[in-house]
Design a protein around this ligand. Structure first.
Ligand SMILES: O=C(O)CCC(=O)C(=O)O
Ligand SMILES: [Fe+2]
Length: 277
């Protein structure tokens, strides 16, 4: 059966029917999913009851998997990042971010599965950084050309939370050593489609390189606000066994933290990417 893509908003997202994450992925469906990611930037799938091993196997169709250096992972399967948030382990993804941009080679994408949800709330928003770029005026596009910005792991993983807790301190210290602040282009080009996308986010970007702090603060606050305008976003209200699969090169996301003291559990498999240009 051919896959069916149903658009969610004009800027971003589609719901996909006709695929079973627990089964083998045919090469035809794999190509269709990759094309869908390019076209819609995030794809959603419903009623996908999968084990962590099945999730890892599915994600591995799209590249090598990344193991998060700080955030909790399943001990028996570290390719699955475990987002198990509740009153004793607070959500911290309630800021707009692109995943792992503190790395010189941020992920190309990620696959997120909803395992346990609060009775209400716990939605996630995604924004299209290509739609945001396209909406900039030509003079501003030109002035962003050639600029780079610095991304820092401690911006989203502050030492006060991650470096103090004995459960995460060793991994935190190793990650800070392994990932010194890194510069990426402020506008990146998608390596396959050639689309241009704004590539700064509140989560990890500390400053634009080579300009004054005042200029950087003003430009970043404009870019952060512009790239998350509702017109460029979607908001997904999860059901258990929903899956989201996004292109991390051209999107950012925000997990709404409105459900405490209830608990919410998500599993993420993350696919290694290459150096932004
Ligand atoms: O929990 C979520 O909905 C998303 C969390 C997040 O930022 C991620 O999985 O990268
Ligand atoms: Fe994230």
């Amino acid at each position: 059966m051919a896959l069916v893509f149903k658009k969610i908003t004009p800027a971003i997202g589609a719901v996909v029917d006709g695929i079973n994450f627990a089964g083998e992925l045919s090469s035809i469906n794999k190509e269709a999913l990759i094309q869908g990611l390019y076209d819609y930037e995030i794809l959603f799938f419903r009623n996908q009851e999968i084990t962590p091993h099945q999730q890892v196997k599915f994600a591995a169709n799209f590249g090598e998997l990344h193991v998060h250096p700080i955030y909790p992972v399943l001990p028996e399967l570290p390719e699955i990042m475990l987002i198990d948030t509740h009153k004793d382990f607070l959500p911290d993804n309630d800021n707009w971010h692109t995943d792992v941009t503190f790395s010189p080679t941020p992920p190309l994408g990620a696959i997120l599965a909803a395992k346990q949800l609060p009775s209400v709330g716990g939605d996630t928003l995604w924004a299209s950084n290509t739609a945001a770029y396209n909406a900039l005026s030509e003079p501003l596009k030109r002035s962003l050309e050639g600029l780079t910005a610095t991304h820092n792991v401690t911006h989203s993983f502050p030492p006060l939370r991650w470096g103090a807790d004995p459960a995460s301190k060793d991994r935190f210290d190793a990650a800070v050593k392994k990932y010194p602040p890194v510069s990426h282009p402020v506008v990146r080009t998608h390596p396959v489609t050639g689309k241009k996308a704004i590539f700064v986010s509140e989560g990890f970007t500390t400053h634009i390189d080579g300009i004054s702090k005042k200029e950087s603060d003003a430009l970043l606050s404009f870019l952060f606000a512009h790239s998350t305008r509702p017109e460029f976003t979607l908001r997904w209200s999860w059901h258990v066994n929903d899956i989201g699969f996004w292109d991390n090169r051209v999107t950012q996301h925000y997990a709404v933290a409105d459900y405490l003291p209830e608990r919410r559990i998500m599993h993420r498999a993350t696919i290694v990417g290459d150096k932004p240009f």
